[in-house]
Design a protein around this ligand. Structure first.
Ligand SMILES: [Zn+2]
Length: 296
């Protein structure tokens, strides 16, 4: 289990699954084979599979500050009806066993922060118990943006949703609504817990996407959710995913966040990068490059 140190705080990666999940031509509408070819040396095998599919990791980040435990994003979850997305339907992964390997229990989590409310960021908010969806982290305050919640609440009311929204509606019902009595909806920027943690709007991928920054002893990590799904987007920041709701804004936010990480020596901790999962954005002649930093 990999762990990164930020001052006196630690960040641990909790894996749900990892593999060649997506066809890049479908995943990136602006896909350009020349760009992939230019980066083949480092893309294989950790970030691109020999089948040509891109590797994606589904993981949560567990932040332990001297006084609190915060989980960032909660993956896909077990037992959930996600048809027609067969790969994510009724999953049985060892996520909770992986979680307890950290030495802490779900009951000890103080905050669960979802960068946005897509299928793969809210799943473990709940688990199935006695036929009911109950909070996996019963003593936590669940944090996400009010804009995001209201967006998906509106989507939920649309008739004849497309396939992706239909699955996201199920997600809203089984992984968001059952924890609303524990939720706090965030508006604008917010300091959380003694200035160590700062939440900031980062709209584009979804209208209410947020980032979380952890600053401890002059070191900073930024939890960027799906602002970049794959490290190739650091080199091609104009590449959106097919799931970016507001394409122009997504590109603008991506550039802002990459600039922020680059200029401030900030450790970027995205939701889906393959090994080593986190790293520094560095300036290069053509724009940005990414330097992976392995955890201990
Ligand atoms: Zn995601």
């Amino acid at each position: 289990m990999q762990r990164w140190r930020i001052g006196k705080s630690t960040v641990t990666r909790i894996e749900e699954l990892m593999g060649p999940l997506f066809d890049p031509e479908q995943f990136f509408p602006a896909y350009d084979k020349d760009i992939i070819d230019k980066h083949r040396d480092w893309l294989f095998p950790n970030h691109m599979h020999e089948s040509g599919r891109i590797i994606a990791s589904m993981h949560s980040w567990l932040i332990e500050t001297p006084h609190h435990k915060i989980l960032v994003d909660s993956c896909i979850g077990n037992d959930k009806d996600r048809m027609p997305f067969r790969d994510w339907h009724a999953m049985q992964t060892p996520y909770l066993a992986n979680f307890t390997q950290t030495g802490i229990t779900p009951e000890q989590i103080d905050y669960v922060m979802c960068t946005h409310l897509h299928i793969d960021h809210v799943g473990w908010n709940t688990r199935l118990k006695g036929g009911q969806w109950v909070p996996t982290f019963p003593n936590a305050k669940y944090l996400f943006s009010r804009t995001e919640f209201e967006f998906w609440e509106q989507q939920r009311k649309q008739e004849n949703p497309d396939q992706f929204n239909a699955v996201n509606n199920k997600t809203f019902d089984d992984s968001v609504l059952p924890i609303m009595h524990l939720a706090e909806l965030i508006e604008g920027e917010l300091d959380l817990i003694d200035d160590l943690l700062h939440i900031k709007p980062a709209p584009g991928h979804t209208p209410g996407s947020i980032t979380l920054s952890l600053t401890d002893s002059n070191q900073e990590a930024l939890f960027t959710g799906d602002i970049c799904h794959h490290p190739i987007q650091v080199y091609a920041p104009e590449w959106n995913s097919a799931f970016c709701e507001l394409p122009d804004q997504a590109r603008e936010t991506r550039r802002e966040v990459l600039n922020y990480c680059c200029s401030g020596d900030v450790l970027m901790m995205p939701a889906h990068f393959g090994p080593g999962h986190a790293g520094h954005v560095i300036a290069s002649n053509s724009g940005f490059a990414f330097s992976f930093i392995d955890g201990d």
